[in-house]
Design a protein around this ligand. Structure first.
Ligand code: ATP
Ligand code: MG
Length: 329
């Protein structure tokens, strides 16, 4: 049994400028803008959609395989991922590239100036599912990555009959109609947030029912309102779990997807899967960074009970742990 997670792998550099950008940008001189901000705080966080999803999958008792591309600065990140139970054997390191890097400076007014250097991510299209044995793969998630890589992975999974979750997220802005429609073909699940759902509808010219002619399930996250799943026959809605603190929401969507794959790979009923995914997501809100949360399965199951009551399916996670079973080993 295995779950393969594809998507960006990145380092996130977050800096804080103890002033206001507007005091340093002269509107009359924008034609030769040259500004340098002396920043006094800098943090580096592990990021990228694929490791974010894989990390929460590992916390939930799975042994996900991370399939992505990274650069020469990936060594400690790689070691850390392996130490938390992520299999990185399908990740390719290009020594002549940097790992994708997200850099953002935030000022006192919460204005942000950011950049994303693709680096090794631009080579994700060089990896192929044709090099793997499809019989050993249960689920794949195609998360935001080099757009051409996303399109190729969807095509390969379709050709090989591998079940996949199509998760275009913010890359919807970079995908044209043709690529979107092509990638939907053969996807078992399309997952988007409520804003992206509107983008997907506009891009495809289809409504929810129309999208469901191309995928079996449409999963929609609705921020503080929880999440929904739509099939051709029914729809399911799950209320959010209660965050204990709201610190920083970045990465909630990725943790949600880890919960989604946990339920899908065990064929759980939709209400259970959505609730579990909602709970996996709230842990991220309680911490800065997208992989700085932690829980044991015992704590997770207890908190599930506090939010949603008893659920035999979720108890299975504890039983699997006792038996030393991991999905994707
Ligand atoms: N304030 C909140 N309280 C409780 N649960 C939340 C909250 N915000 C998000 N969630 C949970 O996280 C899930 C995903 O959130 P959301 O729809 O905001 O994803 P997103 O917009 O893709 O996030 P991002 O891309 O920033 O990671 C929701 O379905 C919900 O379960
Ligand atoms: Mg998102």
């Amino acid at each position: 049994m295995s779950i393969i997670v594809t998507g960006s792998i990145a380092w996130d550099y977050l800096m804080r400028f103890p002033g206001r950008f507007r005091d340093h940008i002269l509107p009359d001189h924008l034609s030769h803008l040259s500004v340098s901000f002396l920043v006094d705080e800098k943090e580096r966080h592990r990021g990228g959609c694929a490791p974010n999803i894989a990390y929460s999958l590992a916390l939930l008792g799975n042994r996900p395989k991370l399939m992505g591309t990274a650069g020469s600065d990936f060594e400690d990140y790689n070691r850390w991922l392996r130490s938390v139970g992520v299999d990185t054997s399908l990740t390719v390191v290009y020594e002549d590239e940097f790992t994708a890097t997200f850099t953002v400076i935030t000022d006192l007014d919460h204005n942000q100036i950011a950049s994303f250097h693709t680096g090794a991510m631009a080579r994700a299209r060089e990896l192929s599912f044709h090099d793997l044995n499809p019989d050993e793969i249960d689920w794949v998630i195609i998360s935001p990555n080099d757009p051409e890589a996303m399109r190729r992975y969807a095509r390969q999974c379709r050709e090989l009959g591998i079940k996949f979750v199509y998760d275009p997220s913010q890359q919807l802005a970079r995908i044209d109609r043709e690529a979107f429609m092509e990638s939907l073909q053969g996807a078992s699940v399309l997952t988007v947030n409520d804003y992206e759902l509107e983008m997907a509808k506009k891009l495809s010219g289809l409504d929810e029912a129309g999208l469901l002619e191309h995928v079996d399930v449409l999963v929609v996250t609705r921020g503080p309102e929880g999440s929904s799943a739509y099939t051709r026959e029914a729809e399911y809605h799950a209320p959010p779990a209660k965050p204990r603190a709201v610190v920083e929401p970045t990465g909630v969507g990725d943790a949600f997807r880890a919960g989604l794959l946990t339920g899908l790979s065990r064929r759980w009923p939709w209400p259970t899967t959505l609730r579990l995914a909602n709970l996996a997501a709230v842990y991220v809100i309680e911490h800065t960074g997208t992989q700085n949360h932690y829980y044991t399965l015992e704590e997770f199951v207890q908190r599930y009970r506090e939010n949603y009551g008893d659920d035999a399916a979720v108890q299975e996670l504890l039983a699997e742990k006792k038996e030393g079973m991991t999905v994707g080993g």
